[in-house]
Design a protein around this ligand. Structure first.
Ligand SMILES: Cc1cc2nc3c(=O)[nH]c(=O)nc-3n(C[C@H](O)[C@H](O)[C@H](O)COP(=O)(O)OP(=O)(O)OC[C@H]3O[C@@H](n4cnc5c(N)ncnc54)[C@H](O)[C@@H]3O)c2cc1C
Length: 325
C-alpha cells in the first residue's frame, strides 16, 4: 500500500507530528511519500527521507510562505495523485483540520479526523475515532479508494532517524487565487512550549481558584519544561487565555504526560486529553471523574501538593545537572 504524509513546518524544521506519521508508515511497511509546501522548504527533504519518505514532493515558493486553503489543497492533491497514495495522513492541527476535508473532496476520498488508532491490513485502512465528546468510539472503514486521516501529535511513536535520501519531485506553484487573501496573522507572542507539540502538559482547572493557583501551575510547567493547559472553566473566567483550553471545544493533546490539577474531568475536558500516554491527576475530591482516566491519582489540595512537587523535581534536576558536570 502507498501512503502520503503531509509535512507541516515550523520555522525551518518539520513538526514532530509529521515525523511521527512518517515513522508509523515505516512501521506498517508502506511505500511512503511526503509532501512539503512553503517558502524555503526544499532543504527539509533529507529530514523527511530520514524518517521514511522515499519520495518527497516539494512546492517551494515565496507565495506559499503562509498557509492558504486553496493553493495548499491544489498542491497537496497533485502530490496525492502523483504518488498514487491510498492513505493520506496529516496532523490534526488547525492546518490539517482545514486541509483534510478539502483534500478529501478533491480526491473523492473518505476522511476521518482525530484518529485515535489506525490499522492498515493489506489494502484496507480502519480508523478508530471518538465521537459525542468521547462517549462513543467509532470504528470506520473506507469505501473510497483513498483514505484521508488526521491524527493528533503523540498518536504514534517517533522512530529513530535512519540513513536515506529521497527522490525529490518539484511541484508547480499554483497561480495565485485571489478569492482569499491573507492580510495578517494575529497571534499571541509567547516563549512557552506549544501545547500541541509538548511532551508534557500541565493543566489547571477551577481548583486553582485564582491567580495564585495559576502561578503554581506555571511554576510546575517551567520546572518540567512543559506546556500549560487549562479547562474551559478557567479559560472562560479569564484566568488563562483561550489558547490554553484543552477539550472538546479547545485543543486536543496527546502528550507523554498530562497533569490534570484541580480539574474535575468533565466529559468535554476528557475529549481533549485522554490520548495522553500517562495521566496524573491531583484533586481534593476522591470521587472526581478525572480519577477514572488517571494512571496516577493524588487526593490532595493542589496548594499543598504542587509546591512539594516543584521542590522535589527541582532537587532531582539539580542532582542530574551536578552529575552531568
Ligand atoms: C458544549 C460544551 C463544550 C465544552 N467544552 C469544554 C472543553 O473544551 N474543555 C473543558 O475543559 N471543558 C469544556 N466544557 C465544560 C465542562 O463541562 C466543565 O464545565 C469544565 O471542564 C469544568 O472545568 P473544571 O474541571 O476546571 O471545573 P470544575 O468542574 O468546577 O472542577 C474543579 C475541580 O477542582 C477540584 N478542586 C477544588 N479545589 C481544589 C484544590 N484546592 N486542590 C485540588 N483540587 C481542587 C474540585 O474537586 C473539582 O473536581 C464544555 C461544556 C459544554 C457544554
Amino acid at each position: 500500500m502507498k501512503a502520503l504524509v503531509i509535512a507541516e513546518t515550523k520555522g525551518n524544521s518539520i513538526k514532530k507530528v509529521s515525523l511521527e506519521l512518517l515513522s508509523q508508515c515505516r512501521r506498517w511497511g508502506l511505500e511512503t511519500s511526503a509532501v512539503v509546501v512553503g517558502s524555503g522548504v526544499s532543504g527539509l527533504c533529507d529530514e523527511l527521507a530520514a524518517y521514511g519518505a522515499s519520495t518527497v514532493y516539494v512546492a517551494d515558493d515565496a507565495s506559499l510562505e503562509r498557509y492558504l486553503t486553496l493553493p495548499y489543497a491544489k498542491v497537496v492533491s497533485e502530490a496525492a495523485k502523483q504518488s498514487g497514495a491510498q492513505l493520506v495522513l496529516v496532523s490534526g492541527s488547525e492546518l490539517g483540520k482545514d486541509l483534510a476535508p478539502r483534500l478529501a473532496a478533491r480526491l473523492g476520498a473518505g476522511a476521518v479526523t482525530d484518529a485515535k488508532a489506525v490499522s492498515v491490513d493489506g489494502g484496507k485502512v480502519t480508523v478508530k475515532s471518538l465521537a459525542y465528546a468521547g462517549k462513543v468510539m467509532n470504528q470506520v472503514a473506507f469505501k473510497s479508494d483513498v483514505a484521508v486521516v488526521t491524527a493528533q501529535p503523540g498518536t504514534f511513536e517517533l522512530a529513530d532517524k535512519a540513513a536515506g535520501s529521497a527522490n525529490v519531485v518539484r511541484l508547480e506553484t499554483p497561480e495565485s487565487d485571489l478569492r482569499v487573501v491573507l492580510r495578517e496573522i494575529l497571534k499571541e507572542t509567547s516563549d512557552k512550549v506549544d501545547l500541541g507539540e509538548a511532551n508534557i502538559v500541565v493543566a489547571g482547572g477551577r481548583g486553582m481558584k485564582g491567580p495564585e493557583g495559576v502561578k503554581l501551575i506555571e511554576s510546575l510547567a517551567d520546572t518540567l519544561g512543559a506546556a500549560i493547559g487549562g479547562s474551559r472553566a478557567v479559560c472562560d473566567s479569564g484566568l488563562m487565555p483561550h489558547s490554553c483550553q484543552v477539550g472538546q471545544t479547545g485543543r486536543v493533546v496527546a502528550p507523554q504526560v498530562y497533569f490534570a490539577i484541580g480539574i474535575s474531568g468533565a466529559i468535554q475536558h476528557l475529549a481533549g486529553m485522554t490520548g495522553s500516554k500517562v495521566i496524573i491527576a491531583i484533586n481534593t475530591d476522591p470521587d472526581a471523574p478525572i480519577f477514572n482516566v488517571a494512571d496516577y491519582g493524588l487526593v490532595a489540595d493542589l496548594f499543598e501538593a504542587v509546591p512539594i512537587l516543584i521542590s522535589e523535581l527541582s532537587k532531582i534536576k539539580a542532582g542530574a545537572a551536578t552529575a552531568a558536570r
